[in-house]
Design a protein around this ligand. Structure first.
Ligand SMILES: [Zn+2]
Length: 98
């Protein structure tokens, strides 16, 4: 069972949350016309084994977006912080944010 410790509500079962995607995913600039870059950013996903950075929304709680570091093998949640507190998530250094 996956449990996520929401910084606002406390530890809750994952059914209260919605997965919001890979937090390391980078998208092209909005004005970028390259269809291949957009197709890769939108449709191609990695399937990492081990530590992974993800967005989750506490939909059935405080509705806040969270930045979660989770092990994809054990489902151990290693850290949870409000997404707004993680600097530069939309910048190229997203992968370094933790
Ligand atoms: Zn919450």
């Amino acid at each position: 069972m996956l449990r996520i410790a929401c910084p606002y509500c406390g530890e809750r079962d994952h059914v209260e949350f919605a997965y919001g995607g890979d937090a390391t995913r980078r998208f092209p600039d909005l004005g970028d016309p390259d269809i291949d870059r957009w197709a890769e950013a939108v449709f191609i996903r990695d399937n990492p084994k081990g530590e992974h950075r993800e967005f989750w929304q506490h939909q059935h709680g405080c509705r806040q977006w969270l930045y979660v570091v989770r092990d994809t093998v054990t489902h151990e949640v290693k850290s949870v912080v409000p997404a707004r507190e993680v600097p530069a998530l939309s910048a190229p250094d997203r992968a370094e944010a933790a």
